[in-house]
Design a protein around this ligand. Structure first.
Ligand SMILES: *Cc1c(COP(=O)(O)O)cnc(C)c1O
Length: 398
């Protein structure tokens, strides 16, 4: 597989990460003879219950939360849906509005649209040209009509860090609940829920070395939400259905490792990322790094080279064995301008050129140096692709 061959370079850790060996080892027994249903009374059930409780406790520990504040979900998307809709359904009679931002992940944006579709009100705070949610504008939108505020901690396209503590404090002051999508923040920024003004928080397993299909939602003690699913009493009724013990255990293991390695790994990746950006900016002077001046995490960079569409550059990178992604949602091969870059006021022709490279466990010094060295040549190759594409489009017109 590409990720193990040294001549392939995976630069898409914000999309997903490989499952860590320690995580795989920790979860495998639950796909084997520790297969019980945690709701069963017998020894198989008790064994699974003990494991599930342990997993919950360890996720809570990694977040600075209490064990009853952790709810396992199928991933970040479900956690976002459950937090926002769950809170809004509970409070909408008195508080019909939600506040969010235009740079959220689709899991939040589409959920906020769903609130509007169900008769609620969606309020969207501005972002600065650097890609950071404008705190004053968010504060302006939060009043006694707002049920929940949902502002992501770290943006997944450009890596900017939002001022969640300040926005959370403003939400709390006006009686609104504060939710944050911390999928890209967890394991990257210091995060301690025992002191943060946050009521609901989402994390995802597969962004931190657990499998796809597991995540968790933090719900502060005393905060009531309506479930999205109906069924059993699992997870205090917040999320019924027989629990995925193996994946909960994987999530717990990955979460602990992410916290343990956070500072060292972020410092390592930040140094490599900065080196990569500096090399690109030196060799391709008209390249634009989105959010360059904003507070950013260390592992994400989003770069546009004017005149070169993302598809051409991605193709050139791919031919070289380097896997990056378009700066925004790439739907069936064609790149539509990123909603994040659009909200920052980036012109469409620059936005559609954006390529995101995200570093992580597979990013060795050697690999990143190689990308930095090859980038200018790949830009030239991509220019040829772009030229060819334009030519064939022109021919098609004839
Ligand atoms: C990946 C991601 C999600 C979705 O998580 P899934 O587990 O894939 O559903 C949500 N928010 C952000 C910021 C993400 O990067």
């Amino acid at each position: 597989m590409p990720q193990t061959a040294s001549d392939f370079i995976y630069l898409d850790h914000a999309a997903t990460t490989p499952v860590r060996q320690e995580v795989l080892d920790a979860m495998l027994p639950f796909l084997g003879n520790r297969f019980g249903n945690p709701s069963s009374m017998h020894r198989w059930g008790r064994d699974a219950r003990v494991a599930l409780d342990e997993a919950r406790e360890r996720v809570a520990g990694a977040l600075g939360a209490r064990v009853d504040e952790i709810c396992f979900t199928s991933g970040g998307t479900e956690a976002d849906n459950l937090a926002i809709l769950g809170a809004w359904h509970r409070r909408r009679a008195e508080r019909p509005a939600v506040v969010t931002s235009p740079i959220e992940h689709k899991a939040v944006l589409a959920t906020a649209h769903q609130v509007a579709r169900e008769g609620g009100e969606e309020r969207i705070a501005c972002v600065t040209p650097d890609g950071v949610v404008d705190v004053a504008d968010a504060e302006r939108l939060i009043d006694e009509k707002v049920a929940v505020v949902s502002i992501m901690w770290v943006n997944n396209e450009i890596g900017t860090v939002q001022d969640v503590p300040r926005i959370g404090a403003a939400a709390r002051a006006r009686g609104a609940l504060m939710h944050t999508d911390a999928v890209q923040a967890f394991g990257k920024v210091a995060l301690d829920l025992s002191t943060l003004p946050v009521d609901l928080l989402s994390i995802s397993g597969h962004k931190i070395g657990a499998p796809k299909g597991i995540g968790a939602m933090f719900v502060r003690r005393g905060v009531q939400i309506e479930p999205l699913f109906h069924g059993g009493a699992q997870d205090r009724g917040r999320r019924p259905g027989t629990e995925n013990v193996a994946y909960a255990f994987a999530q717990a293991t990955a979460a602990e490792l992410a916290v343990r390695d956070r500072e060292k790994e972020q410092a390592r990746l930040r140094a490599l990322r900065d080196e990569l950006e500096n090399a690109i900016l030196a060799a391709v002077p008209d390249a634009i790094v989105h959010g360059l001046k904003a507070p950013r995490v260390g592992h994400i960079t989003s770069v546009s080279v004017p005149g070169i569409d993302a598809e051409s550059l991605l193709m050139a990178l791919d031919l070289e064995g380097i896997g990056a992604s378009a700066g925004s949602a790439c739907q069936s091969g064609s790149v539509s301008p990123s909603h994040v870059l659009a909200a920052m006021g980036v012109r469409p022709e620059i936005a559609t050129a954006a390529v995101r490279m995200s570093l992580g466990s597979l990013s060795s010094e050697e690999a990143i140096r190689h990308v930095a060295e090859r980038f200018p040549a790949l830009v030239r190759r991509a220019r040829d692709f772009s030229g060819l594409a334009a030519e064939s489009a022109a021919l098609a017109q004839v």
